[in-house]
Write a protein that binds this ligand. Structure first.
Ligand SMILES: Nc1ncnc2c1ncn2[C@@H]1O[C@H](COP(=O)(O)OP(=O)(O)OP(=O)(O)O)[C@@H](O)[C@H]1O
Ligand SMILES: [Mg+2]
Length: 461
């Protein structure tokens, strides 16, 4: 079976080339018929000329009829260029004069005609013959001489075939050229589709805005329109789902915060140590839930389709990163971690949503502080590389094993054996925000192969 995909181009080509080839075959058959007709006409005429020549040269000598032909003419007759002629001359009453005695007679129904053409079989070959009745010249006697000249029909067939082949070849070339022209023509026509394909391919999953209908050719426009309809419905469905998650997380926030406060209060008030331990656990579970709710809310805000994902403005990444790092200093101090900002003068204005950028950087700093042992160092850095603006958070903690550096960006994925805090959404939020800004985020080993270095690379524009 043909495993190649059915392309529109091949289908169109089939529809056009099959009738073309059929036409070619039909025209070849017609050509053959026409060529045969012409060849027959001309060959019959030549046969008749030969018969007339022979008839003119019948002489009489002493009551005996004979054919008065020079030797070389007879020679030419029986071994001509076109193949040999057969001939016979009979006198009145069928008396044999000369030639091939067993040449078939003309059909009896044509006995009275002066000239008769007929087909017969002679020595196992099909032949075409002419029979000519020539009246004896006055003085040589009365009655008619029957002169017959024949040749193999194959000669005519061969000639007709040659003519047909010569007509067929240019027509075949024409069919081939038309097919090639159509093949390339369709290719050029379909190029308009490539523009639409490129536009779709160049998009990230964040961009659900409608495709440009005016760039598509009229035939493709309904398809683009249908696709835009789908994009619109998809975007509405996504937005409603995100709204739901955001609303749910928002609704959960207050009761979870209350639960946390109450559990903390109860744990402090409990005198019973066992009860106190249980309440302590309740407090940390509530703490975890509060974190989860917050991260879910961030996630919903970062995802494509949320109203935030389009609020871009020029942001100086250096300034924003320095400020955000400053906000995290108390957390770092509490864990005895040296949190620093590597101040390099650099052109770092990008088009972004400052709120989401703070969320992104916050998650990276949070991880670095969270997973680095007390006494460790965390450095936030903004630099330019080629035309890109790069944001880095580096620490000298345990680092992320090379084989886990992709997976940590998945939702709810946490390194096995890590701390029980955290819910595994931080880096997924980071990736979501980065993608929403056309940036790429990746995890690497820190300086000297120790710790980890998270790199977010913003392309210009
Ligand atoms: N700087 C880092 N050093 C070492 N391990 C890290 C670092 N950053 C992330 N990880 C590992 O990657 C995992 C995923 O991080 P992510 O921020 O997505 O989730 P989390 O920190 O566990 O939870 P949260 O959603 O509360 O941030 C973490 O559980 C941790 O094991
Ligand atoms: Mg985290």
């Amino acid at each position: 079976m043909d495993s190649r995909p059915r392309t529109l181009r091949r289908k169109l080509l089939q529809w056009v080339s099959i009738p073309l080839i059929a036409l070619w075959i039909i025209s070849t058959l017609v050509d053959h018929g026409v060529a045969k007709g012409f060849v027959n006409l001309n060959y019959d005429r030549a046969l008749l000329d030969t018969a007339l020549d022979l008839g003119r040269n019948v002489r009489e000598s002493g009551n005996q009829l004979y054919l008065d032909l020079p030797e070389h003419v007879v020679e030419m007759l029986i071994s001509g260029q076109q193949g040999r002629f057969y001939y016979r001359a009979n006198g009145p009453d069928g008396a044999y004069i000369t030639g091939d005695p067993d040449l078939p007679d003309p059909p009896p129904e044509a006995l009275d005609d002066r000239v008769t053409y007929y087909d017969a079989v002679y020595r196992n070959d099909a032949i075409r013959a002419v029979a000519l009745r020539v009246p004896l010249r006055p003085g040589t006697g009365s009655g008619t001489i029957l002169v017959q000249v024949a040749e193999r029909s194959q000669l005519r067939e061969n000639f007709a075939r040659q003519i047909m082949v010569r007509m067929m070849i240019p027509q075949g070339i024409l069919v081939l050229l038309s097919t090639l022209t159509i093949w390339f023509g369709i290719g050029l026509g379909l190029r308009a589709l490539t523009a639409v394909r490129r536009e779709i391919e160049s998009r990230s999953h964040v961009d659900l805005s409608p495709l440009d209908e005016s760039a598509a050719p009229a035939e493709v426009r309904p398809l683009v329109r249908a696709m835009n309809g789908l994009l619109q419905r998809l975007s509405a469905a996504l937005a409603s789902q995100q709204r739901f998650i955001a609303d749910a997380a928002h609704q959960l926030r207050t009761p979870v915060a209350a639960l946390k406060t109450q559990a903390e209060l109860a744990a402090r008030q409990a005198r019973d140590t066992e009860l106190s331990a249980t309440l302590q656990q309740l407090h940390s579970a509530a703490d975890h839930s509060a974190r989860l709710v917050n991260q879910l809310l961030s996630m919903a805000r970062a995802e494509p389709g949320s109203h935030r994902s389009v609020m871009r403005q020029p942001v100086d990444l250096s300034v924003l990163a320095r400020e955000t790092t400053g906000e995290w200093v108390p957390r770092a101090l509490a864990r005895n971690i040296d949190l620093g900002f590597d101040d390099r003068p650099t052109r770092s204005t990008i088009s972004a949503d400052p709120f989401l950028l703070r969320e992104l950087l916050g998650n990276l700093i949070d991880n670095a502080i969270q997973y680095t042992q007390p006494g460790g160092h965390v450095t936030v850095r903004v630099r330019s590389e080629d035309a890109d603006t790069v944001l880095e958070v580096e620490d000298d903690g345990p680092g992320i094993p090379a084989e886990e550096r992709e997976k940590v960006f998945e939702r709810f994925y946490r390194l096995p054996g890590g701390s029980p805090e955290g819910c595994g959404l931080g880096l997924a939020i980071v990736r979501e925000i980065a993608q929403g800004h056309g940036a790429r985020v990746s995890a690497h080993a820190g300086a000297g192969g120790h710790g980890s270095r998270m790199i977010v690379r913003f392309a210009p524009g």
